[in-house]
Design a protein. Sequence first.
Length: 113
Amino acid sequence: MATRVRFNKYLDDAVGADATVVETLPVIPDGETWVLRKFGGCASGKGKIVLQELQSTEPDVWTTIRGIACPGTAEFEIGKSVVGDVAVRYRIVRIEESSTAQDMVVWFEGYKR
């Protein structure tokens, strides 16, 4: 039986007033298969947390897969298998729209086959 190699990302810090913080996840190596399991987050401010995917060689063509409105808490099953390719990338974007900094917690879980 093949061993699964987990990859998790956990962010827990403040996002500044009227700020956007982008965290790009590691590139999936060409030919490897990764399974994206869960995406979740919580925040008390006014803004949003989104998981985005780039499936293009165009650097600005990011598509939102899931989003979480703030204030609130949510967790989503993604359940998506992705075969590595230099054109496939993922990132987490945290946007705070209030006039004060707010804590935003985000988690992303998956594993490599």
